[in-house]
Ligand binder design. Structure first.
Ligand SMILES: Cc1cc2nc3c(=O)[nH]c(=O)nc-3n(C[C@H](O)[C@H](O)[C@H](O)COP(=O)(O)O)c2cc1C
Length: 214
């Protein structure tokens, strides 16, 4: 009887060891791409017969003061499986700061200042160098994309990159010529305006219409 028990125990241990090894293999496969770099939930197009060359890639970069643009940015990133980066002002905007009805509020003061400059926590994002397409989003402020994103455009080199601007607004469209002047080396696609509470299909239909090679 004792021998039978020892045999069953040994069999069970061997089975557990094999199952455990399989799990580890699965985990490693999930976290590591074919070129051995760690996986980062992007569209690496690594299914290319062993070649490690990445042909196209997109990232989403956005600023959002009250969450509407963030929601659109998240829909884009989920739909195209891309990295997403938030542009964060060193001094965040409070609701008093955003009160454009008050002539002494921060946004009104900044809007009236031709030399306005909003310092960002960082404009340097890991996925930027390899990205071909940059979805760039912000709220519409006075019919422009919020100037909070200016430093990101000014301080990065967009050679061989395409910027796809999008904004959310209560009602108006917006211009981007002022922003385009800050990165003349970039290819700029037509700006896309979304309503403040854009639906998922508003956003995914637009992405489909772009026919990007992602
Ligand atoms: C300072 C300021 C200026 C705005 N200017 C406009 C505008 O010109 N046209 C418009 O339709 N909405 C305007 N809005 C409304 C915002 O564009 C809208 O609420 C947007 O969805 C906010 O995005 P967020 O939640 O990502 O910050 C303005 C809002 C603020 C705070």
């Amino acid at each position: 009887m004792k021998k039978i028990l020892i045999f069953i125990f040994a069999l069970f241990s061997a089975f557990s060891l094999v199952a455990c090894t399989d799990n580890n293999a699965d985990n490693n496969n999930n976290n590591t791409s074919e070129d051995g770099t760690s996986g980062d939930n992007n569209n690496d197009n690594n299914d290319n017969n062993g070649s490690t060359e990445v042909t196209t890639k997109a990232i989403v970069v956005y600023f959002s003061a009250t969450g509407n643009t963030e929601s659109v940015a998240n829909i884009i990133a989920n739909y195209i499986s891309s990295e997403i980066y938030e542009l964060e002002p060193v001094i965040p905007y409070t609701s008093a700061d955003l009160n454009y009805g008050n002539s002494s509020s921060r946004v009104v003061q900044e809007h009236n200042d031709p030399n306005r400059h909003v310092e960002l926590v960082t404009t340097d994002f890991a996925g930027f160098a390899d990205a071909t397409y940059i979805f760039l989003g912000a709220p519409v402020w006075w019919q422009e994309l919020s100037w909070v994103i200016d430093d990101f455009v000014r301080l990065n080199d967009f050679t061989n990159k395409t910027i796809i601007p999008f904004g959310t607004s209560a009602s108006s469209s917006f211009r981007t010529d002022n922003l385009e002047d800050l990165a003349l080396e970039a290819t700029w696609l037509a700006p896309q305006r979304f309503r403040s509470r854009a639906s998922e299909s508003d956003v995914t239909n637009w992405i489909d219409s772009l026919n990007l090679d992602l």
